[in-house]
Every structure is written in structure tokens, then in C-alpha cells.
Design a protein around this ligand. Sequence first.
Ligand SMILES: [Zn+2]
Length: 114
Amino acid sequence: MKNQKSRFDGGIIKKFRKGDEVKVVAGKEKGKKAKVEKVLHKEGKLLIEGVNLYKKHLKAKSQNQKSEIITISKPLPLANIALICPKCHKQTRVGFKIEKSQAIRICRKCKAEI
Ligand SMILES: [Zn+2]
């Protein structure tokens, strides 16, 4: 028996993929455009290149080591992110169409497969 349920499990995750161009639509980084670096499935968050940066202080573990400050990206919740369609270059919502029992991503604006 086929597992029908799994097809749309985690639909929100499939909306975004690594390398997608996205725009932040809420929060302090609102308006920024960048690429998805990583999709964090469990957390329902996206790590976006150069967005939501914060400084982390690394303390020296030994006397020979210097403590340093590094800048890292913090993931943002999916709800704060909109996809930029690679076809029509507009901020869009992701839709799906079913073909041969596979969900294919489409742009809701121009209907292109993405
Ligand atoms: Zn489009």
C-alpha cells in the first residue's frame, strides 16, 4: 500500500529550496532580498545569505587563543519570507500542481513552474 499521506507532509518546507531568491516581508530585515542558504526543516525556518546577521563573541578557551567576534546569520521563520519568482521576478506565493502524483512548484502570479 502506498503512503498517500507523505506527499504533502511539510508542504511549507517544499515551498522553499536552497538557492531560491527570497524577500523578507516582516521583521527588522524587511525588504531585504537574498538567496536561501539553508532550509531548516524541523524549525520551519530559512537561513538566508547575509540576512539577520548577529555578532557572536567567541571566548578564548586557552591563554594562547584570542577571543574573537564572528558574524553569523540567524534563521528566519518561513512566515517572514516571500519567494521571488525566477521567471517573472515578482514577489509571489508558491502554488503547487499535481502531475504524475508529484507536486510541482508553480508561481501564483505567472503560473510558471519553478
Ligand atoms: Zn512568476
